[in-house]
Design a protein around this ligand. Sequence first.
Ligand code: K1U
Ligand code: ZN
Length: 169
Amino acid sequence: MALREILIVPDPRLKQVSQTVDKVDDALRALMDDMLETMYDAPGIGLAAIQIGVPKRVIVMDIAGKDEPKAPRYFVNPEILWASEETAPYEEGCLSIPEIYDEVERPARVKLRYMNYQGETVEEDAEGLFAVCIQHEMDHLQGVLFIDHLSRLKREQAVKKVKKQAKAA
Ligand code: K1U
Ligand code: ZN
């Protein structure tokens, strides 16, 4: 397993649309292992492959609380089959947009289909933080960042702040 570098805005690779995965094989599992290690190290609760520069439709996640055992999850070629009309707000963050947090409104519940670490197709309902995180990560697969859901002013301010942090580092 290896730690990978997380891309930071305004890296243009973050705007790429990721490609469908053909099959879950050992090479893909090695990528998912690296992603999980990188996510835990950051630390974060989710990571899309494009955030480490790999344009594949792959997501890792662990939304277990800090006093709970680790609960890694893997999503290959995730699809949203259904989204609730009811929405819910959540103060989101992103490892590619360090130190910026803002409220995003998304469907409160979604029904998903994806392939897991073993390559099995799974259908599952998501709500709460799971629903927020999977929608945030699936946006990454389309080249969409949570700041794209904010006003142009807030988005530009966020990118400016991140650029300033990078210069100061
Ligand atoms: O960059 C990412 O996509 C990961 C992102 C996921 C996310 C967080 C909040 C709402 C939606 C999606 C993060 O993990 S940001 C860091 C974070 O939320 C966190 C870090 C340490 C402990 C708990 C949370
Ligand atoms: Zn993100």
